[in-house]
Structure formats: structure tokens, C-alpha cells
Ligand binder design. Structure first.
Ligand SMILES: *Cc1c(COP(=O)(O)O)cnc(C)c1O
Length: 349
């Protein structure tokens, strides 16, 4: 702390991302990155952009990317917002739609740990709604007074999916508050709620290119919703940073959306590997929550989770462990290639 800090800075509780180890030889199953590389078409588009053009600012509106997303989801570009990672998109949502709202923002007690951090940054009252005993979201629990609702679907770090029908029930019960569905992992087994944005003007769906499109290093995220909600995000963005996406990010992300075959193929491989890994872990006595994501959430009835994580690390395999009381006996394990998953199993043996 220094005497030069603005007073609120000392009260911030920043997010702690999963480890990005400097040692390259570790089998990295801790931050839900895709084990397969980005689309070759995305890489090609970025290579073509790398040149004299970089002296010029990028398109502040990222029109090429908005167009690609709009085409992919059959919406209009005015329904699409893009940002520097979905974390930035989420920050603008908290800032522009939840700050100064009357009543608490609701989110599950077990969910993305960045949500309470943004609440701290923007001074937003919030209330954690407990998942049920099976770690599922119960829609009825969200029929209480609130100033907004946000949840990941599939949920993180559990991997559990709320079916689209239940998402719609939640929207119907909350017509007067903004409902944000954070679909960071939707492509690994769920059905997107983007199909509902034309019918619910209070719905915002966020997605990221960091997981299913293998571009965590590029930092691109997006939101789809009613043009008036999108307009609020544009106003925030243009009061903060006019050029959040650089030239490489705009063309690379657009090409990744256009390369449907590569996307379908890599998602299919991750899903297949997930089913194989779940079976192998269950055979080793683990209890695994049903996952629709590119990770699984597992606990062993006899072995301490933190101890397993520490011993795996000694053997060069890193997984994520959270200290939060209700989930302290779980490990979150990212789905790797078949070889990476086998390395995990060998280390467990
Ligand atoms: C990974 C993740 C994000 C952030 O994605 P970025 O686009 O990399 O910022 C957002 N929400 C959830 C639930 C995530 O797991």
C-alpha cells in the first residue's frame, strides 16, 4: 500500500487466475485452455495482417468480427458486442448494467470467481444463491427480488448444464432484470441461449474465443443481446478504450468463426476425450459431476483433493483446486488430448 493510492484500491480483492507455469514440460490441465491449436484459417488471417498495417489503428467497431459472429448466430451486428476477452465484456456489463441497480445481483454460490471481484470493483451489492445438493442451479431459487442475475452455463467450476428450457423459465420469472448467461463453455455440450435474444430484451449472452476456439492468447470475447443493451456496452467501451481489439484479434477471431469445420472437429474430439476420462476416473473411485464443458469436477471419497493436486504437480501434471469450503474436496481437471489425459491417469496410478 502507498499513500498515493485512491482509497478504494486498498479494499479491492483481485481475481487470482490459474497458474501459467514457466516450465513448458508440465501437462497443463488447470485453466481450461483447448489442447488443440487455433484454426489454421485464423492463423493464416493473422499472418496476413502482420505487416505495415500495424502502424494504423484498428477498426474501433471491429465490424468484420461482428459480421462474422452475426452470420454464425443469425443475428444482426447491432446485437453483437465484442471485447478484449469475455472478462472485459463482463466488466462492462457489471459497470453499465448492474452498477446503481436497486437490489442485489444474484449468482450461484459456486460459480465464476470473477463475479464477486467485479462487484467489489464497481460497488455492486450481491447475493450468492446456493446450488442444490447435487450442485445444480434451481431456477425457482431466482424468483426473488433482484437487480440482475448472472451465471455461467455450463456452470464453472462444476461443468453442470442448465437446459435451455430452464434458462427460459428463469427469464420469464425475471422480465424486469437483466439476465446474463455466461456461455464460456456452451460449445462443449449445451445449447446456446442466443436463440432467445429476439424474444427477451433483458437477456445478454456472453461467449469467449478462449476455450472452444482455442484463442485464449488472443483475448477476444463477445456478448449478444437486444440492441439497446449492446448500446449501453458500446457507450461504456467508448468511454474506456476505443480500440480494445487489435488488428490481429479482429481478423483472427473472425476467421475462427468462419472456419466451422475445424471448430466442429476439435469440439467433438474434446467431448469424446471427456467421456473416456470420466469413465477412467470413475473406475479409480472418483465421483465426477456430469459435465457439458471442457473440464470435469471430481472428488475422491478417501483422498484429500489438495493432497492429490500437490502430488500430481510433483509428477508434472497441474490441475485446479479451489479452497472454497463447499468444493474444497473437488479438483477441476481440464480435458486434454488423449495423451495428456493418459499422463494424468498414469500420475494418479
Ligand atoms: C474462461 C472464462 C471466462 C473468461 O474468458 P476470457 O474470454 O478468456 O476472458 C468467462 N467466464 C467463465 C465462466 C470462464 O470460465
Amino acid at each position: 500500500m502507498s499513500r498515493f493510492w485512491s482509497p478504494f484500491v486498498k479494499d479491492l480483492v483481485p481475481y487470482v487466475p490459474g497458474e501459467q507455469p514457466k516450465l513448458a514440460r508440465l501437462v497443463k490441465l488447470n485453466t481450461n485452455e483447448n489442447p488443440y491449436g487455433p484454426s489454421p484459417r485464423a492463423l493464416e488471417a493473422m499472418r496476413a495482417e502482420l505487416g505495415d498495417n500495424l502502424r494504423l489503428y484498428p477498426d474501433p467497431n471491429s465490424d468484420r468480427l461482428k459480421q462474422a459472429v452475426a452470420e454464425y448466430y443469425s443475428v444482426t451486428p447491432a446485437q453483437v458486442f465484442v471485447g478484449n476477452g469475455s472478462d472485459e465484456v463482463l466488466a462492462h456489463i457489471f459497470h453499465g448494467l448492474f452498477q446503481h441497480a436497486r437490489g442485489p445481483l444474484l449468482f450461484p454460490d459456486i460459480s465464476y470467481s470473477f463475479y464477486p471481484v467485479y462487484c467489489g470493483l464497481y460497488g455492486i451489492a450481491h447475493e450468492a444463491v446456493a446450488l442444490d445438493a447435487q450442485f445444480q442451479i434451481q431456477v425457482a431459487d431466482y424468483s426473488k427480488s433482484n437487480a440482475g442475475i448472472i451465471f455461467p452455463n455450463p456452470n464453472a467450476p462444476t461443468g453442470c448444464l442448465l437446459p435451455l428450457q430452464a434458462v427460459e423459465q428463469l427469464l420469464q420469472a425475471n422480465r424486469d432484470s437483466v439476465v446474463v448467461v455466461d456461455e464460456a463453455y456452451i460449445d462443449f455440450g449445451g445449447e446456446t441461449a442466443i436463440s432467445l435474444v429476439d424474444r427477451y430484451d433483458n437477456l445478454l449472452v456472453t461467449q469467449t474465443l478462449s476455450k472452444s476456439r482455442s484463442l485464449a492468447g488472443l483475448r477476444v470475447g463477445l456478448a449478444v443481446g437486444h440492441p439497446e443493451l449492446i448500446e449501453a456496452l458500446e457507450r461504456i467501451k467508448n468511454s474506456f478504450n476505443s480500440y480494445p481489439l487489435d488488428r490481429m484479434a479482429i481478423v483472427g477471431a473472425a476467421a475462427a468463426f468462419e472456419d466451422r469445420d475445424y471448430f466442429d472437429e476439435t469440439c467433438r474430439k474434446v467431448i469424446e476425450s471427456r467421456e473416456v476420462l470420466v469413465e477412467a476416473l470413475v473406475a479409480r473411485g472418483f465421483e465426477v459431476l456430469p459435465s457439458a464443458a471442457n473440464f470435469i469436477f471430481a472428488r475422491h471419497p478417501q483422498q484429500d483433493a489438495a493432497a492429490i493436486a500437490a502430488r500430481l504437480r510433483e509428477q508434472g501434471v497441474i490441475v485446479r483446486h479451489f479452497k472454497q469450503a463447499r468444493i474444497a474436496q473437488f479438483l477441476r481437471i481440464t480435458i486434454g488430448t488423449p495423451e495428456m489425459n493418459q499422463a494424468l491417469l498414469d500420475a494418479l496410478n
